[in-house]
Design a protein around this ligand. Structure first.
Ligand SMILES: C[S@@+](CC[C@H](N)C(=O)[O-])C[C@H]1O[C@@H](n2cnc3c(N)ncnc32)[C@H](O)[C@@H]1O
Length: 228
């Protein structure tokens, strides 16, 4: 599975390349309408969300399909880390044994094979949710310059799917990240996990894109989904 290999390959560097994901996780936590004490985090990675929580917890279950990412997750007497795949029904069969006050997922669900199916499985856990999902405005100019369409779903598509399962509030937030050089920008894309390991351009196409990209920043678009 390509995405898992890619996240694992760069796991040790993720912490220094996740500038936007850190802002996203912090916003997701700050926007929580309550202070849930029993938390599930799907696609927990190296624990950015866990580290953003500033209230006392009873339990924190983090799920990720990359063992290398989990190795970097903080552990405490409250944390339980599960190596699992949210595309796999077996994970949700395991999770029904737990009780949660809120289910979080930050910067991970855009990689669901079948987002609607994952939403359905999450809905069955009968728990309030807070999701942040990268959508197709991410790398907008980069894709336009390369003459490609985004590999991510549009915010409208994700909202449409979420509306099937949740009575949720939606917020779209755009971020930019500036770089001194185009080379640094492309290195960031590779190491930050935002490309999910999908390599769509060959070497020559990448070189041409680096020469013609008109901005000194990257664009990100994130859809926040919250239920009460
Ligand atoms: C961009 S990182 C975000 C990590 C963390 N939530 C954060 O906010 O920094 C995406 C994470 O989702 C995990 N992930 C992607 N697809 C997954 C899947 N199908 N099941 C479980 N974890 C997955 C990756 O291994 C990675 O750790």
């Amino acid at each position: 599975m390509r995405a898992r290999e890619e996240f694992s390959r760069y796991a040790s560097q993720y912490g220094t390349h996740n500038v936007i994901q850190t802002k996203v996780a912090q916003r997701l936590v700050a926007n929580t309408p309550d202070k849930p004490r029993r938390i599930l985090d799907l696609g927990c990675g190296n624990g950015t969300l866990f580290s953003s929580i500033d209230w006392e917890l009873e339990s924190f279950v983090g799920v990720d399909f990359s063992a290398a990412m989990l190795e970097h997750h903080p552990i405490s007497s409250q944390t339980e880390l599960i190596l699992g795949d949210f595309n796999d029904q077996k994970l949700f069969a395991q999770l029904v044994a737990f009780s949660f006050d809120r289910l979080y997922s930050a910067s991970a669900l855009q990689w669901a094979d079948d987002l609607d199916g994952v939403f359905k499985s999450i809905y069955a856990l009968n728990t309030p949710v807070s999701f942040a999902i990268f959508t197709s405005g991410t790398f907008k100019t980069l894709y336009e310059t390369a003459g490609l369409s985004s590999i991510l779903k549009s915010s409208d598509e994700v909202i449409g799917s979420a509306n099937h399962h949740f009575d949720a509030q939606f917020e779209i937030v755009r971020y930019i990240l500036e770089f001194d050089t185009v080379r640094e920008m492309f290195r960031y894309i590779k190491r930050s996990g935002v490309s999910g390991g999908r390599r769509v351009l060959n070497f020559t196409q990448t070189k041409r894109l680096m020469e013609s990209y008109p901005l000194n920043y990257l664009e990100f678009e994130v859809l926040f989904i919250t239920t009460l």
